[in-house]
Design a protein around this ligand. Structure first.
Ligand code: CP
Length: 293
């Protein structure tokens, strides 16, 4: 694997290879030797992040790599430097791997063209967030033993969600059935998955309720009754199957798509997802390091 800008071309075998590698790291604390020794990773975040940036930086450090970190706030972009000049400036310092987040769809692929470096998409606009879907797969395998045959309900602002973009590529390829649920303006077009017009319909049957934040920064706006209609509250969580689980990529808007009881209750895997981000990103970085010429 030379870069990871999209999940659209990853085969089931490639996905399982990355997931298995992450599972081995998670289970044994194995650090893949010093897979990134002598290799520098630059995290280039043009949008805010807590989970993704910190876990990539921790993953690279645990693999023996060097890390440099660019964040828009406090950078020379405030003096008028263009995004292309910013990217080329960071690349000129020599990092072999660039981890890129940006509000524009496709920006990581553009960075790859500009620099010729290995690029990991850490979230582009409303399009994809590949390592989020991978760490979610790792979380489900660790908690439920596998993904084949699971029914996963993705609920909320799906149209604006890059997490959903990657989940819709990855999970069906691993054998899951997806059901989308949300108000009509939040549903994407032309996806081919089942749609539930009522959250209570899917809550009772799904193995996984995967909630998404309303992406207000991308122009989405929820109605006043959103939590009542589409939020997972304690009443709805009580209707879930006894073995079903709750997921959310974070950050959460508590009281909007999810209640405190659902977020913090025993079915919630939300902090497991965060924890699995580190071994998953270690697996991705180690795979990229093997492909560096
Ligand atoms: N899930 C996710 O991408 O979180 P951050 O925005 O905190 O990185």
């Amino acid at each position: 694997m030379k870069s990871l800008v999209t999940t659209s071309h990853l085969s089931r075998q490639e996905l399982e290879g990355l997931i298995d590698r992450a599972l081995r790291i998670a289970a044994s604390g194995e650090v893949e030797g010093q897979a990134l020794k002598g290799i520098a990773v630059a995290t280039l975040f043009f949008e805010p992040s807590t989970r993704t940036r910190l876990s990539f930086e921790l993953a690279a450090t645990r693999l023996g790599g060097d890390v440099v970190s660019f964040e828009l706030a406090g950078s020379s972009a405030a003096k008028g430097e263009s995004e292309r000049d910013t990217v080329l400036t960071v690349a000129a310092m020599g990092p072999e791997i660039l981890v890129v987040r940006h509000s524009t769809d496709g920006f990581p692929a553009v960075v790859q063209e500009w620099t010729g470096r290995a690029v990991v998409n850490a979230g582009d606009g409303s399009r994809e967030h590949p390592t989020q879907a991978l760490l979610d797969a790792v979380t489900l395998v660790r908690k439920l033993g596998g993904i084949d045959g699971l029914t996963i309900a993705i609920v909320g602002d799906i149209a604006h969600s890059r997490v959903a973009g990657s989940l819709m590529n990855v999970m069906p390829r691993l054998g899951a059935q997806l059901v989308l649920a949300g108000p009509e303006p939040f549903l994407p077009r032309g996806h081919g998955f089942g749609v539930a017009s009522d959250l209570d319909e899917v809550v009772a049957v799904a193995d996984v309720i995967y909630l998404l934040r309303v992406q207000r920064e991308r122009g989405a706006k929820e109605g006043e009754d959103y939590h009542r209609l589409w939020g997972l509250d304690a009443r709805r969580a009580a209707k879930m199957r006894t073995d079903a689980v709750i997921m959310h990529p974070g950050p959460m808007n508590r009281g909007v798509e999810i209640s405190d009881e659902a977020a913090d209750g025993p079915r919630s895997l939300i902090l497991d997802q965060v924890a699995n981000g580190v071994p998953t990103r270690m697996a991705v970085l180690a795979a990229l390091a093997e492909s560096l010429s």
